[in-house]
Ligand binder design. Structure first.
Ligand code: ADP
Length: 458
């Protein structure tokens, strides 16, 4: 079987049409045959009526001389085709065509099938006959009329011939029509395929356009275009990610290079070399952190991170995190307070959740001016754990809020970079919350502090 849909559709259409044509032709043929035979029956019965009245008249005239009356009546019939015959109870009286003895015997034995076959000589296509019984002068007569089926056969032959001649023509036309129809229906698909072939990563903003597509095709076009949009978006965000990452990597690398260049440009004191190496170490640490973050996000995107799930106490983890950022808060003259409503057992990836809490606390400390407060609260309700990290810091401007979880996004670019941030911390927080089937949300007023709330299902 061919693989071409167009040919398959055409073949199917043709097969269906041929079936319809054959069925309809057979129906017409049998209708015509029935009609022709019933006309013949009418003719036979009219001939029998005429023969009967002629015979009755002749019998009156000839005072009951049945053989003479029969001969006279038969002679007066003037038939163009077929025959009529009159029989007495046990013998033939007269017929328009002379009948052989066995033909009379066939009639007299009452076997009309034999009679009909005996009359085949009237025509090669068989004979149709009708009879009538008549009681007269105390005698029973049998009047018979027979016609060859030649005219019926001839008319049916013309019909058959017409069908044989027209069938190939009609089927050829139907096949051609089917092919055109299939081609027309499939043309938009071919156009879609041709357009799709021209779409590469360079022109992912192109959309398929096939004019005014039929409803079924519109669904396909829309789905394909939506797929293109999603691909376009993800390519765009990949491009942006690579560009942003390169940009972020450049700064520490150029600091390291610049520092080394300056240090090596002439002879320096040990203290100066120490200073340069310290700067280089600082920047290298920054670089390592950035590369770690990028690697984590890339792994998360590729779905390669498997959570190391186990049971632990979330309140203990929070307290632990608070202790570890305490020196940082103290250095910036901030008060930090962590509260938990009792023991809160949780099942999840402890190291990732530590990362989440540290990122939020780290941000809160970095974006809160000296003298401010940072508070972390942990509570559990309705099968959910809610953790809020709030500060009295600079807050996040309203226009920045929708982008705050995007990679490399910084609300206050200058300050964030100088504070050592890459704009990846919150993207990682969001990923960790979501990988635990939870969510993170922001409520902040510019100048009045920030609060991030993480909800995790238990
Ligand atoms: P960064 O490493 O730059 O802090 P994040 O993804 O952690 O990256 O945060 C993105 C941006 O959101 C930051 O650059 C900062 O502008 C803003 N932001 C995050 N947390 C706070 C906060 N607690 N208060 C004010 N602004 C914040």
């Amino acid at each position: 079987m061919t693989n071409s849909l167009r040919l398959r559709l055409t073949a199917l259409y043709l097969a269906f049409f041929a079936l319809l044509f054959v069925g309809f032709s057979l129906f017409l043929y049998s209708l015509l045959a029935r009609e022709l035979v019933s006309r013949l029956d009418e003719t036979l019965s009219a001939e029998l009526n005429t023969l009967m009245s002629l015979f009755q008249d002749e019998m009156e005239e000839m005072k009951g001389d049945a053989p003479a009356a029969a001969r006279e009546a038969v002679t007066n019939m003037r038939l163009r085709t077929g025959l009529v015959a009159i029989f007495a109870a046990d013998q033939p009286l007269a017929s328009t065509t002379p009948l052989a003895p066995h033909e009379f015997d066939a009639v007299l034995s009452g076997n009309s099938a034999d009679f009909l076959s005996a009359l085949t000589r009237l025509g090669p296509h068989g004979t149709h006959a009708a009879g009538h019984r008549l009681e007269m002068h105390g005698q029973t007569f049998l009047l018979l009329a027979a016609h060859p089926l030649d005219s019926v056969a001839a008319a049916l032959a013309v019909m058959r011939e017409a069908m044989w001649i027209s069938a190939p023509l009609i089927l050829a036309l139907a096949g051609f029509g089917g092919y055109l129809l299939a081609s027309r229906s499939l043309a938009p698909l071919a156009s879609m395929a041709a357009q799709a072939k021209t779409i590469t990563e360079q022109n992912l903003d192109t959309r398929l356009d096939i004019g005014r597509p039929a409803a079924e095709l519109a669904v396909l076009v829309d789905s394909f275009n939506e797929l293109l949009s999603r691909l376009d978006q993800s390519f765009e965000s990949m491009r942006r990610f690579v560009a942003d990452a390169s940009h972020e990597l450049r700064t520490p690398l150029s600091v390291i290079r610049g520092e080394a260049d300056v240090a090596l440009s002439r002879e320096r004191s040990a203290a100066e070399y120490q200073q340069s190496l310290a700067t280089i170490l600082d920047e290298s640490r920054r670089l390592t952190r950035l590369v770690d973050d990028l690697l984590n996000l890339a792994r998360a995107d590729a779905g390669h991170v498997r959570l190391q799930v186990h049971d632990f106490y979330l309140n203990e983890l929070l307290a632990d995190c608070c202790r570890s950022v305490q020196p940082l808060a103290a250095a910036r003259n901030l008060t930090i307070e962590c509260r938990a409503a009792g023991d809160l057992q949780f099942r999840g990836d402890e190291e990732l959740l530590r990362r989440l809490i540290l990122n939020l606390l780290d941000n809160a400390i970095r974006y809160t001016p000296p003298g401010g407060r940072v508070e972390a609260d942990l509570e559990s309700e309705d099968g959910q754990v809610r953790m809020q990290v709030a500060d009295t810091g600079i807050g996040i401007p309203e226009e920045a809020a929708p982008h705050i979880f995007e990679r490399f996004y910084r609300a206050d670019k200058a300050r964030s970079r100088q504070d050592g941030g890459f704009g990846l911390g919150l993207a990682i927080v969001k990923w960790i919350a979501e990988s635990h089937h939870g969510a993170v949300s922001l409520s902040s007023r510019a100048g009045a502090g920030t609060a991030f709330t993480v909800t995790l299902p238990k």
